[in-house]
Design a protein around this ligand. Structure first.
Ligand SMILES: [Zn+2]
Length: 137
């Protein structure tokens, strides 16, 4: 993990419009940076509110996204079935995606926002960390 990675990704993230989704896998491909490093950069940006963590449920078999992204893992709904193949969706096939929080002017510092939900999200992530090692993938 080097500053070079931040230097590659930060201008890109800053240039994204508020409300846009950021998929870790796309950054991994676009910038040729390891998923672990992409996840760490995005988690760092989520801690200061530049991006917001969301979860997206995927079908384990056909990888179809199921329903809408949700902010807290505790909001996962049990016993939903994949509309395509009928498989029951498990919480541990959810992935973390990120949403750009607000407008950022490229090249300007970001004013961290005070959002109590960030703390809750990181508490959940810390609890899940060991359990769901693939959550960022
Ligand atoms: Zn399916």
């Amino acid at each position: 993990m080097t500053d070079e990675y931040f230097e590659k990704i930060i201008p890109y993230i800053w240039g994204i419009e508020a409300g846009q989704w950021i998929l870790p896998g796309e950054l991994n491909e676009k910038f040729d940076i390891l998923m672990n490093d992409v996840s760490m950069i995005l988690a760092t940006l989520a801690e200061i509110g530049v991006v917001k963590i969301h979860y997206l449920s995927l079908c384990d078999d056909c990888r179809e996204p199921i329903g809408e992204p949700f902010e807290f893992i505790s909001d996962f709904i049990d016993n939903v079935k994949c509309p395509k193949c009928g498989k029951t969706i498990e919480r541990d096939t959810s992935i973390v995606i990120f949403k750009k929080s607000g407008e950022t002017e490229p090249g300007t510092p970001y004013e961290p926002i005070d959002d109590p939900s960030i703390e809750k999200q990181f508490a959940e992530l810390a609890m899940l960390g060991a359990e769901l090692s693939d959550i960022f993938h």
